[in-house]
Design a binder for this molecule. Structure first.
Ligand SMILES: N[C@@H](CCC(=O)N[C@@H](CS)C(=O)NCC(=O)O)C(=O)O
Length: 205
């Protein structure tokens, strides 16, 4: 299997971390700016969005990081993607929430505070982003506190990987954060694992 995408992208790390934990072998190719422009015909033929990650598994092409995680979980028969229909649905719920609610909420603030893009300087939009991001992280805090330190079903799943990467963004961004003890504990616990040390480190915020 080929996994295409720069490791500095948290969406790519969702996929690499999943493949590592499930034990699926792969060849990694560094695509994505500034390393290798994905907006070239060769790459656009695989993913017309021109974004990473993409996988090519014996000719089968798939993009969208969460969809790739689910595919790898299913392919590997891993309990990170549970067989039980309701347990799986809960993992899916949090995986979907990470991509469609949590991630968009931080985009403006992270581009302003972490990427330090001078065009992202509207105080109202920064405040809105910080408020929404913090509200979402408080929701995750409540879930982890009630769920025995895991996002779904009281045990490790694909959702924990995606959300630990999101927490990494939270803790790497210099701004005034509310204290979230369950999120902090979950993040530190995953960060202390072999894969966590690889994918939740300061070089890749
Ligand atoms: N929803 C997509 C988002 C993909 C995406 O926006 N990827 C960014 C990196 S995080 C990208 O490819 N940016 C262009 C580049 O790196 O050249 C997914 O989860 O896979």
């Amino acid at each position: 299997m080929r996994i295409l995408g720069r490791v500095t992208s948290s969406n790519v790390r969702k996929v690499l971390w999943t493949a590592d934990l499930i034990g699926i072998g792969y060849e990694h190719e560094d695509w994505g700016l500034p390393l290798r422009d994905p907006r070239v015909p060769e790459f656009l033929a695989l993913n017309p969005n021109g974004t990473v990650p993409v996988i090519v598994d014996a000719g089968f092409v798939l993009w969208e990081s969460s969809a790739i995680m689910r595919y790898l979980g299913q392919k590997g028969g891993s309990d990170l993607w549970p067989a039980d229909v309701r347990e799986r649905a809960l993992v899916d719920q949090w995986l979907t929430w990470q991509a469609t609610e949590l991630l968009p909420s931080w985009l403006y603030a992270v581009t302003a505070f972490l990427a330090k893009n001078p065009d992202f300087n509207d105080p109202e939009r920064i405040a809105q982003s910080v408020d929404k991001w913090s509200a979402n992280m408080r929701m995750l805090e409540a879930q982890l506190a009630e769920g025995g330190g895991y996002v779904a079903n009281g045990r490790l799943s694909l959702a924990d990987l995606a959300l630990a990467l999101s927490s990494h963004r939270w803790f790497s961004t210099p701004f005034d954060r509310p204290e979230l003890p369950a999120v902090t504990e979950h993040y530190q616990r995953l960060k202390a694992t072999e894969a966590g040390r690889k994918y939740l480190n300061a070089d890749t915020p």
